[in-house]
Design a protein around this ligand. Structure first.
Ligand SMILES: Cc1cc2nc3c(=O)[nH]c(=O)nc-3n(C[C@H](O)[C@H](O)[C@H](O)COP(=O)(O)OP(=O)(O)OC[C@H]3O[C@@H](n4cnc5c(N)ncnc54)[C@H](O)[C@@H]3O)c2cc1C
Length: 405
């Protein structure tokens, strides 16, 4: 990776799927714009973009998340148009098998309310009673269910790391630069009243300092550092409430076949979906402190959890755990929704982070929205202004209820 630390027009801190998507869209909207992605780990070993379950749904409670997913699905379907390099289309393995949210009687009203938001935005989601659920999915135990919501289109799963690689490669091919290094400091102008020397806004972003001592001047800094974004914001003098929240994904095998199996969200909190001939599953974490070591918590698939899975899908009683991995949700503890847009107090500082476990599917739309905002003055394709940092300053949280696990 080249280590060219000359100044940048726009510096993106973090080269995961968000940083890559933003660089891709900026260099498309404004060819020749000098965009530099600063990434500390070119192997992306601990990045959420490498450890994601990479599924996509329209079943959110907030309208803006539904819109971002609808854009994301179209983008994935048209990946060959957007992301081909030298005539070679990326293989993103998009499976459009839907999500199936299941509800006990006490949860049915919330499911119906979210369904109204989703279908109001054009999402094709069917509400199914237990009899219909049993007809469509004969392997499913419906005895304690009141309702299910099944995505009929625009939902499923894909190869997230392949999307990340393709966005990054295309951004670089379009002229973005990358720099290996860890941002350890953010430089700002003097914070006196009025304009600082040279006409810059007082307290405005002036550059970043890297761990090896180099500094990279820039007047626009975008924080796209996933679960580590709060540290960068602190360096810039602005606290944000994003934490690294560990999630474990288990890989299961089973002789059972589950024809047409969607990504299933059980009323007891666990999720499960096919992955080729295997299955993936996860559940809400037992330990919830931030920054836990990136090791699977095997207790999350203990005997009781095993029973819950076998209760819902009796043929999985004979399943086997093949392996497990852990990654960090980039959790925005304020309201479980992303931060997209300009800082309210630091001129030149922008955010693209805090996607709270649903960022892989939102990267194409969120990257475009922020690029439009920065280059053209407003996000026009998807209006992400409800996700701007302004809501935090105004103490108006936009709570997303459908956060998985
Ligand atoms: C187990 C799991 C399951 C998930 N399932 C889904 C799902 O089904 N669907 C979905 O849409 N999303 C899912 N997500 C969430 C999704 O993967 C993330 O929201 C998304 O990948 C975030 O991308 P990012 O680029 O913001 O962060 P990351 O991919 O973490 O990238 C941030 C980058 O910033 C770099 N960085 C950090 N600090 C610095 C610094 N100081 N200097 C330089 N570089 C720095 C890091 O090295 C990292 O490469 C899941 C996540 C996990 C962990």
């Amino acid at each position: 990776m080249p280590n060219d630390s000359r100044s940048a027009e726009i510096l993106i801190a973090g080269g995961g799927v968000m940083g890559a998507a933003l660089a891709y869209w900026i260099t498309r909207l404004k060819p020749g714009c000098d965009v530099v992605i600063v990434e500390r780990d070119p192997s992306f070993q601990r990045a959420s973009s490498s450890l994601s379950a990479s599924s996509i749904r329209q079943q959110f409670s907030c309208a803006v998340n539904v819109s971002l997913s609808r854009f994301g699905f179209e983008f994935l379907r048209d990946a060959a148009t957007h992301l081909s390099l030298d005539g070679q289309a990326p293989e993103l393995s998009l499976h459009a098998d839907g999500y199936l949210y299941l509800a006990h009687a006490g949860q049915a009203m919330a499911l119906e309310a979210a369904h109204a938001v989703q279908t109001g935005l054009g999402a094709e989601i069917a509400l199914l009673d237990p009899a219909e659920l049993g007809r469509r999915f004969p392997w499913l135990n419906t005895e304690d269910l009141a309702l299910g919501a099944l995505g009929l289109s625009g939902e499923g799963w894909f190869d997230g790391p392949a999307l990340h690689r393709a966005l990054l490669s295309k951004a670089l091919a379009q002229g973005a630069r990358r720099l290996t290094g860890e941002v350890v400091g953010v430089q700002r102008g003097a914070s006196s009243e009025g304009k600082a020397a040279g006409g810059a806004d007082a307290g405005a972003i002036q550059g970043v300092v890297l761990a090896d001592g180099r500094s990279v001047p820039c007047d626009t800094l975008v924080i796209a550092a996933g679960a580590w974004s709060a540290r960068l914001a602190r360096m810039a003098g602005e606290p944000i409430a994003i934490s690294a929240s560990r999630r474990t994904v288990f890989v299961l095998s089973s002789p059972a076949t589950l024809p047409g199996c969607p990504l299933l969200i059980d009323p007891e909190g666990f999720w499960l979906r096919p992955e080729g001939r295997l299955l993936l599953t996860g559940a809400p974490p037992i330990e919830t402190e931030p920054d836990l070591p990136l090791e699977p918590d095997w207790r999350e698939l203990d005997e009781a959890q095993w029973m819950r899975i076998a209760h819902r899908i009796p043929s999985l009683a004979a399943m086997r755990i093949e392996r497990a991995w852990a990654g960090y949700y980039d959790m925005h503890d304020y309201d479980h929704n992303a931060l997209i847009g300009p800082s309210v107090s630091v001129p030149g500082l922008w955010y693209l982070c805090g996607f709270s476990g649903h960022g892989m599917q939102h990267a194409p739309g969120a990257g475009l929205a922020l690029a439009e905002w920065m280059m053209l003055g407003r996000p026009s394709t998807v209006d992400v202004t409800p996700l701007s940092p302004q809501r935090v300053a105004l103490e108006q949280p936009l709570i997303e209820l459908n956060v998985i696990g």
